[in-house]
Design a protein around this ligand. Structure first.
Ligand code: HEM
Length: 222
């Protein structure tokens, strides 16, 4: 077990597994959001089921743990790489052209965390946090809040699209890198993983983009 913390491949494995866990969350979250375009009532039913009950709180804590581990290890690995190689983050960047996303995973990650803070303040704070602490103005079904945010202020659509773009970029490198770390690292799989990574990242982000774009456009014609 010690090698998981003490070796750089162990740390990378933890990055990969926590990353795959977060990708699974994104797949679930994006699919759930899509329901809103078809039925606000169905969406509110899902929100209420995932509301402030003990299972949901446990889920939130596990999810937060996943984010914390992923970010803490990313910081650790990035600092370690810097120390080992000076300003040049990746040893390979001298010999081969390393992609922008690969070299800038940490910077992309910071933009994502900043967007996540705005996002949680937009929704999670008003829905779960207020309900948990019995604060005034807690919203139980989220449909009104989500539709209101994008249709009352379509600038939010642009902010969310920029955020999604950063996540897409992060995932184009993250998905294949994670799969490579957990063992798919031979010659045949290398190009395939890149294609799979790009497809998964693109599908997740297109599905996420539907809600802000759809209600943003409705807002423009209100
Ligand atoms: C762009 C479209 C998105 C919409 C409309 C949306 C909507 C929402 C809503 C309404 C909630 C509150 C749910 C609740 O508390 O019951 C929520 C929670 C959350 N969202 Fe999003 N979201 C979007 C994208 C994202 C993305 C891209 C991420 C990740 C990077 C993300 C991460 C989270 C997290 C971590 C929570 C808290 C989950 C929990 O309470 O356990 N969301 N989102």
């Amino acid at each position: 077990m010690y090698w998981l913390f003490n070796s750089s491949i162990g740390r990378k494995l933890i990055m990969s597994i926590s990353g795959i866990f977060l990708i699974l969350f994104l797949l679930f979250h994006a699919t759930m959001n899509l329901v809103l375009v078809f039925s606000a009532e169905a969406y509110d039913m899902i929100c209420e089921a995932l509301g402030a009950n003990w299972y949901a709180i446990a889920g939130t804590l596990v999810l937060a743990g996943g984010f914390v581990i992923h970010i803490a290890y990313a910081t650790w690995l990035t600092l370690q790489n810097r120390q080992a190689r000076g300003a040049d983050n990746y040893a390979s960047s001298n010999k081969t052209q390393t992609e922008w996303a690969a070299k800038n995973m940490y910077v992309l990650g910071l933009i994502i965390v900043l967007g996540l803070a705005i996002h949680l303040w937009n929704f999670w704070y008003n829905m779960q946090f207020k309900e948990l602490l019995h604060l005034e103005g807690a919203v139980s079904g989220g449909s009104g809040l989500v539709i209101g945010l994008f249709s009352d202020c379509p600038v939010y659509t642009l902010i969310y699209l920029a955020w999604l773009f950063a996540i897409w970029f992060h995932l184009t490198h993250g998905v294949w890198s994670a799969m490579q770390t957990i063992g798919f690292n031979n010659k045949t799989w290398f190009p395939r993983l890149k294609v799979i990574g790009n497809i998964v990242a693109t599908i997740i982000m297109i599905v996420f983009a539907v809600v802000p774009v759809y209600f943003g456009i409705i807002g423009l014609f209100k």
